[in-house]
Structure formats: C-alpha cells, structure tokens
Design a protein around this ligand. Structure first.
Ligand code: PMP
Length: 350
C-alpha cells in the first residue's frame, strides 16, 4: 500500500454540482452560475493580454496580482495591504485553514452551509464542529465564547439564501476567540455585507468571489479583505503565481466595469423576486433569498420527486440528500426566459 496520510486515505473528497457534458441541452440552475456573460470588457482585456501571437504567455504573471488587487481595494475602500486575490475564493478558504488551524485543532461552521469547509479541514487534519440553525436563523448551542481557531459564517447562507443581520455578525466577532471568516460569495446580491466589520474587529476576514456576480466562475477568481497581518500570512502560503495572466486581466476589467456589474446583478435580483412570488402562488414555500438562488419546498415536501421530474425535462437544479434539506430544492436564478420555462415545468409536474 502506498504510504498516504491516513486522513487522506479515509476522506471522500468534495463532489461539486453535476456538470453535464452536453451543456447546451440543459437549463442549468444547479451551481449558482451567472446566466449572463461577463462584461464585454473582460473578453477584450483577455484578448489584449493574449496579443496577436500569445507571446505574453511565455512569461510568468505578476506574483501578487498588483493591478487587480489595487482595483479591488479601491472599490471596497481599503488600502491594498488589506486585500488578496486568489484562484477562486476556495483557495482562500483552504489557505485560511492552513494558516490558522494545526492538525487536531478545531474549526466550525453552520449546518447547513458550504460543506467544502469540512473537506478542507479534513485535508489539514483539523477537527470539525457544526452549529445548527434555529427557527429565526439563530445558531443553536453557540457558546458565549467559541474557542476554535476559525468559524466560517456563510453570509448570505447557502443553500438557504437568508442573510444574517449585521448586528448578529458583529456580536459573533466578539464571541469567536479565533478568526471569524465571513464567506460572502453571494453578498453582491444582498442588501448588506460585513466589510465594515473588518476595520472594527481584528479577527474578521471577508471572502468574496467573482464567480457569481461577475459571471467569471470559469476564470477562478476570488478575493479576501482582512488586516495586513492576515493578508501577509495568506500571501506566504499561496502559490506564488496563483493567478495566471488572463485571470489577472479579467479581474481588473471586471472590477472596473461597475456599470455592467450593477445592471447584471439588478436583473438577477428582479428575476429572483419575481420567481419567488410565482413559486408561492403554486404552493411552494420559499425562503426569502439574498443570493442568486433560492431554497424552495414543494407542497408535498418531496424535493427528490421534483428534482427527478425537472431532470427528465433537462432542467438541472440542486437536491441535497441530507435529511434536513431533502424536502426542498436549491434553484439558481437564470435568465427570465429560463425561469419562465422552469416555472411552466413545475406547474406541469405539480
Ligand atoms: N463559498 C460558497 C458559499 C460557495 O457557494 C462557493 C461556490 N461553490 C464558494 C465559496 C467558492 O467560490 P469560488 O471558488 O468559485 O470563488
């Protein structure tokens, strides 16, 4: 037998949402991608970086992604020493665990939220604790002082879509003795965010992604905002060339085109709110969503049945087998036309 570390041998690994090979034939609402293309300036910037003959690719990219980092810092109102860019926000979640939790130490997150935190902890050999959600989205059994190394709060929550009140997050920052990582992958679709807390509490880190609101899931771009000591640590850990040249060009162009960004986000929010109302009309219960997806439960509370019936019609949504979620479906918000087709299919399925 090859001498693998026991926890690597025994772990299952994270399984991302199903990616059909024949994508054109599907209405794909299962991985919270953006249904619109990124800003046309992104395409132009990538082509400009590539040049006539692709010669720029001979050379390594700028290791700290300086231009994109400065643009993100300006956008969020921070000094660039408070910001880091990464190969998807997944890279930052991974490096935060590596920076703060030794093997055997504890990290925690909310159940349900993003289960990838558990996979990353397993790779590191860190222990995992979860806190359930109460009726009003309070955290069940959360101690007056949480002594673990990291607490991941997904805000807005995925897959449920609700967001936590800012005062609640601030209170948590005071109760977590390690780092509070606010995973804001979907915050651009919400009304508020936790960025202001980064300046007020030294243990708060906010992570963001360009995968959803900037429609760049295929480029792998994420960022974190935290105090310089944290950013310096994350800079030590990351691959020195973590963003390739095309990704850096894409990030800069996307962040600069705020007009395009705002319009795309607004379209998705409008479609989301319309679709929520229509689902309620046909008897679904829908959690008010601050993301680009919503969690909806059919009248018979049989999420699997509806998932299968949609699948048969080439409409892909997300069903979770976890008993606390299996009654419902997480549906990403596509174009208005895609959501009209999905609604028609749900009416037919009954
Ligand atoms: N956090 C949450 C809650 C997510 O749903 C996702 C996307 N699956 C990520 C982080 C990772 O996003 P990315 O690596 O594409 O930036």
């Amino acid at each position: 037998m090859i001498p693998l570390r026991p926890n690597i041998r025994n772990m299952t690994g994270y399984v991302p949402g199903f990616q059909p090979r024949d994508e054109q034939r599907w209405i794909k609402l299962n991985t919270n991608e953006n249904p619109y293309p990124p800003s046309p300036r992104v395409r132009a910037a990538i082509l400009a970086e590539l040049g006539e003959d692709g010669a720029s690719l001979r050379q390594y990219p700028d290791p700290p992604s300086t231009a994109a980092r400065e643009e993100a810092a300006r956008l969020y109102g921070f000094d660039p020493s408070w910001v880091i860019l990464a190969n998807g926000s997944d890279e930052l979640l991974n490096n935060l665990i590596r920076a703060f939790a030794e093997a055997g130490e504890e990290i925690a997150y909310v159940q349900p939220s993003y289960s990838y935190y558990a996979t990353l902890a397993e790779i590191q050999g860190a222990r995992v604790r979860t806190f359930g959600l109460g009726e009003g989205w309070d955290l069940l059994d959360f101690p007056p002082r949480y002594e673990g190394k990291l607490f991941f709060l997904t805000n807005p929550n995925a897959p449920l879509g609700f967001s936590y009140p800012p005062a609640f997050i601030e209170e948590l920052a005071g109760r977590v003795s390690g780092m509070l990582v606010v995973d804001e992958a979907y915050a651009d679709f919400a009304d508020g965010n936790a960025l202001a807390l980064v300046k007020k509490h030294e243990n708060v880190v906010v992570t963001r992604t360009l995968s959803k609101s900037y429609a760049l899931a295929g480029m792998r771009l994420g960022l974190a905002v935290a105090r310089p000591e944290v950013i310096e640590a994350l800079d030590k850990i990351r691959d020195h060339y973590n963003l390739d040249r095309l990704a850096q060009a894409a990030a800069l162009a996307a962040l600069r085109d705020q007009n395009y960004f705002r319009r795309a986000v607004e379209k998705i929010r409008t479609t989301r709110d319309w679709f929520s109302t229509e689902l309620r009309v046909i008897g679904y219960s829908v959690i008010p969503s601050s993301g680009n997806y919503l969690f909806a439960t059919p009248p018979d509370r049989n999420g699997r049945r509806v998932y299968d019936a949609l699948f048969a019609r080439h409409i892909l949504v997300r069903h979770f087998s976890d008993p606390s979620l299996s009654h419902g479906l997480r549906i990403s918000i596509g174009t208005r036309e895609e959501m009209e087709a999905t609604l028609a299919a749900l009416k037919e399925i009954g």
